[in-house]
Design a protein around this ligand. Structure first.
Ligand code: EPU
Length: 423
């Protein structure tokens, strides 16, 4: 079904809560509908949006916003779990518009999830089914389609690690295509869908490769410690009999440092897994960590991390360490992750060092608990206020550290003219 709304209010469709509208909003619930939609007749430009959780609309959108709302799997005769929105049916046999699980003698399951499913519903379902893969990505806002565009990531796992194939509609050729993950140009919070292919594809569904054998990734951002605090014994007594895979130990016996979020390569090697370690307990632990640090989208508008973490040369990093030690004493440690011969420095640390935590500009605020996030603190912040605060952060970090921060959040709409900006 195709639903159209003219002069559509987008304020409930973007998690930042920007009060903006678009000329036409088109909701499509069946992939096949795209074959009948007259794209040439739509007001231009065309923007395809998912859950609206990684966007900043900078003004009213003059064209068409299209949303793939294919949430439910419908052919008759198979179980349709509307609560999770995910089909799990072994007889499903590979139909194109739903998820299915391949027979369980296999070590991996391929599940095809419609683009309009809320990503965290997919995570919840996988954890419930005991399927490993997306548990560290729990509670990331947004929908499945967007996860494949943005290569969402958290706690050492990125979407690309579990994406097998992206199923899309090619607007240029007007046909459906299956794109293997290896061709999608995945990198840190990026893909070809955001860059060289921008505007070409509408994502219909994503096939994920989930593991029936344990594949925990624990060595990032305090996950291991948080699990231990919940009573999960990760070493010694309490270990299960199985020797499946991965405690995130680096090849060659080196101690694990960070997960793929931080750029280091984790090699999965065999090791005993405690029987109490399940995708469900990891999911619950990640949710608890995120709830402490990140604003609840139901209460405070935001788009998650506003900036990407920059990767700089080792010499540049050493200069930052020297400055930090001059300012804070010789024991000051600068948090960082090795990425090959370069270094990733958390933008949150730099923003914190510059005293931005909690800073307000109109209705926009640097979130006090995690300064990488900008929030719509009053509920009526304008795009101009968010952009002005963003610019102030970027300028300050450039001046102090010689680093150009880049927003992670996609800005949608024309650049605002200088005289429209709040200084
Ligand atoms: N830090 C401070 N002061 C603070 C907060 C943090 O100095 O007030 C420092 C700490 O040293 C901390 C470091 O910054 O260890 C990094 O913080 P954290 O790991 O919490 O977050 P991040 O690396 O900045 C990334 C992702 C998040 C993801 C977390 C966990 C990006 C842009 N963001 O943040 O993703 O949840 O790691 O894996 O890579 C998102 O994309 O929207 C998102 C929330």
């Amino acid at each position: 079904m195709i639903t159209r709304h003219e002069a559509y209010d987008l304020s409930r469709r973007n998690t930042f809560g920007m009060k903006v509208s678009c000329r036409l909003y088109v909701e499509v619930t069946e992939p096949e509908d795209l074959l009948t939609l007259d794209f040439d007749a739509l007001p231009q430009p065309l923007f395809v949006m998912g859950g609206g959780s990684n966007l900043l609309f900078t003004r009213d959108f003059p064209g068409t916003v299209l949303h793939m709302g294919n949430r439910f799997l419908h052919p008759s005769g198979v179980r349709d779990d509307r609560e999770s929105g995910v089909r799990n049916d072994k007889e499903y046999g590979g139909r194109n518009d739903g998820a299915f699980v391949i027979p369980s003698e296999a070590k991996e399951s391929l599940v095809r999830i419609p683009a309009g499913i809320v990503f965290d519903d997919f995570c919840a379902w996988a954890a419930q089914e005991g399927l490993w893969g997306p548990e560290n990505l729990s509670l990331i806002p947004g929908e499945v389609g967007a996860s494949a565009v943005q290569n969402i990531g958290a706690y050492g796992v990125e979407a690309k690690d579990i994406i097998e194939t992206v199923h899309a509609f090619d607007l240029r050729e007007r046909r459906f295509v299956d794109i293997p993950a290896a061709d999608c140009g995945y990198g840190y919070r990026t893909s070809n869908f955001k860059t060289v292919w921008k505007g070409r594809y509408i994502i219909m569904a994503v096939t994920f490769r989930l593991s029936l054998a344990p594949t925990p990734v624990l060595d990032y951002g305090g996950v291991r410690k948080a699990l231990e605090n919940r009573g999960v014994i990760l070493e010694g007594e309490g270990m299960g009999p199985e020797t499946y895979a991965t405690l995130g130990i680096l090849e060659g016996g080196a101690q694990p440092q960070v997960g793929r979020d931080g750029g280091a390569q984790l090699r999965r090697v065999s090791g005993p897994i405690p029987s109490s370690l399940t995708p469900q307990i990891i999911r619950e632990t990640i949710i608890a960590i995120r709830e402490k640090k990140l604003p609840d989208p139901a209460k405070v508008g935001s788009a998650g991390s506003f900036f990407c973490n920059p990767v700089i040369s080792r010499e540049h990093f050493e200069r930052i360490v020297a400055t930090a030690r001059e300012e804070n004493g010789p024991d000051c440690e600068v948090p960082h992750y090795e990425v090959g011969d370069r270094v990733k420095v958390p933008a949150a640390w730099m923003i914190d060092q510059c005293g931005f935590k909690g800073m307000r500009l109109g209705g926009a605020q640097v979130y006090p608990n995690q300064p990488l996030v900008i929030v719509n603190a009053t509920g009526d912040a304008t795009p101009q206020e968010i952009i002005a605060l963003e610019q102030r952060v970027i300028d300050t970090i450039r001046k102090k550290y010689g680093i150009e921060l880049h927003p992670e959040v996609e800005h949608v709409g024309a650049q605002l003219a200088d005289n429209q900006r709040i200084k």
